[in-house]
Design a binder for this molecule. Structure first.
Ligand code: AMP
Ligand code: GLY
Length: 421
């Protein structure tokens, strides 16, 4: 079959890698892709958010399957548009994807269906939000309602930071219309984990739990990023906790969305804080995580095409989704300065020198002549699979030591929390 992947980051490279290993896949296209994806797929220079152009591409090639990676095209209604023309497509429709596209909606649904989450209040007015913060105090968390490329959440340890965050989002309009409303939320303490599930709207099949590393520096210091590394399975989610997340969070959310006339089909991602009062939802995403997808795809034993096909048929209950033994660890190499300003165009070397069972999933890379160069903040995710987490960490960092570019930065403590368990 002929498959189109929409997106061009590390997650999409991991999806392309996994799909390329399916005996059922003959050819992969990717819009827009990157230098790594180009080794597995024909990259088409169309932005992932350009719904009309992707639709045109689908009309031209009649893909047997389209897999949508990032949130922006989901929230923009790409899946609805493709379905309307009869193209098989994997991802939630617009109304369902709003669980990620609007934090206010996500909180309303969680409240209505008793899904454990932080206490919160919603404001359409900066002064009212600031009054509330002065009354309730810090720490608290300020969230822009809409999509903000992972930057719309500010964890404020003191009142002044919280007040400034409201000003930044609502008055300076740092994220544009995404900041028309803010959520002010109770600050939760604990260890974070990501639980992703495949769902056909009825059946919910959890994947192995993963853990991201959001902050840019070791020991969770510095500003939040899209994710500096990830591993799976994450031992913080014990088998008991995993069942609790399925029963109290994932299933009620899928049922709730259906009851709200937002039937959900695709990957549902619950970002969790494991607190003293149990797992609490920090956010929902309507897609695979990045970088969580990298270790998860390395650990998925089943053919991803079989899983997607069953899901689209509403028959997830009829298949067994298998996972490899052991563990996988991904260390993200970034451009110095990310998540702020950084340079692009640096030559990357050593990528053909990686140990066995290590894959370099490209995020922000491009081809310049025949050289692979940096083209984004997150550049490459060096991802290893081994018999255990300690071995996978060791192997991933062996891989990292082979790769070089000017201004390369990475965290040296990916997986450390798992080792402590
Ligand atoms: P979100 O995009 O909502 O997941 O927020 C991004 C990050 O902000 C999360 O991964 C957490 O590290 C942090 N965060 C979000 N909500 C809370 C909360 N209620 N309490 C503490 N930290 C939070
Ligand atoms: N790694 C977090 C996310 O994909 O949203």
């Amino acid at each position: 079959m002929k498959v189109l992947i929409v997106g061009g980051g590390g997650r999409e490279h991991a999806l392309a890698w996994k799909l390329s290993r399916s005996p059922r896949v003959k050819k992969i296209f990717c819009a827009p892709g990157n230098a790594g994806i180009a080794e597995l797929a024909e990259c088409v220079n169309i932005n992932a958010e350009n719904v009309p152009a992707i639709l045109d591409l689908a009309r031209q090639h009649k893909f047997d399957l389209t897999v949508v990676g990032p949130e922006a095209p989901l929230v923009a209604g790409l899946v609805d548009a493709m379905e309307k023309e009869g193209f098989p497509v994997f991802g939630p429709r617009q109304r369902a994807a709003e669980i990620e596209g609007s934090k206010v909606l996500a909180k309303e649904i969680m409240q209505k269906y008793s899904i454990p989450t932080a206490r919160h209040a919603v404001f359409e007015d900066a002064e009212a939000a600031q009054e509330y913060i002065k009354k309730t105090g810090a720490p608290c968390v300020i969230k822009a309602d809409g999509l903000a490329a992972g930057k719309g959440v500010i964890v404020a340890e003191d009142e002044q930071t919280a007040l400034s965050a409201v000003h930044y989002i609502m008055k300076q309009r740092a994220f544009g219309a995404a900041g028309n409303r803010v959520v002010v939320e109770e600050c939760l303490r604990g260890e974070e984990a990501s639980m992703l599930a495949f769902t056909d709207g009825e059946n919910v099949v959890p994947m192995i739990p993963a853990q991201d590393h959001k902050q840019v520096y070791d020991n969770d210091c510095g500003p939040n990023t899209g994710g500096m590394g990830a591993y799976a399975p994450a031992p913080v989610i014990t088998p008991e906790l995993r069942q609790e997340v399925v029963d109290k969070i994932l299933i009620p959310t899928v049922r709730g969305l259906a009851a709200e006339d937002r039937p959900y089909r695709g990957v549902l991602y619950a970002g969790l804080m494991i607190t003293d009062r149990g797992p609490q939802v920090l956010e929902f995403n309507a897609r695979f995580g990045d970088p969580e997808a990298q270790p998860i795809m390395m650990m998925l034993q089943s053919d991803l095409v079989d899983v997607i096909e069953a899901l689209l048929a509403g028959e997830l209950n009829k298949i067994n989704i298998g996972w490899n033994d052991g563990a996988s660890v991904c260390v993200v190499l970034t451009s110095q300065g990310y998540p702020g300003e950084y340079r692009k165009g640096e030559i990357i070397s050593g990528l053909d020198n990686l140990p066995e069972n290590v894959v370099a999933f490209h995020s922000g890379t491009a081809l310049k002549g025949n050289r692979v160069v940096t083209a984004g903040g997150r550049v490459i995710g060096i991802t290893a699979r081994a018999a255990s987490i300690p071995e996978a960490i060791e192997l991933a960092y062996q891989g990292v030591s082979k790769v070089h570019f000017n201004d390369m930065h990475y965290r040296k403590d990916i997986g450390k929390k798992a080792l402590a368990r």
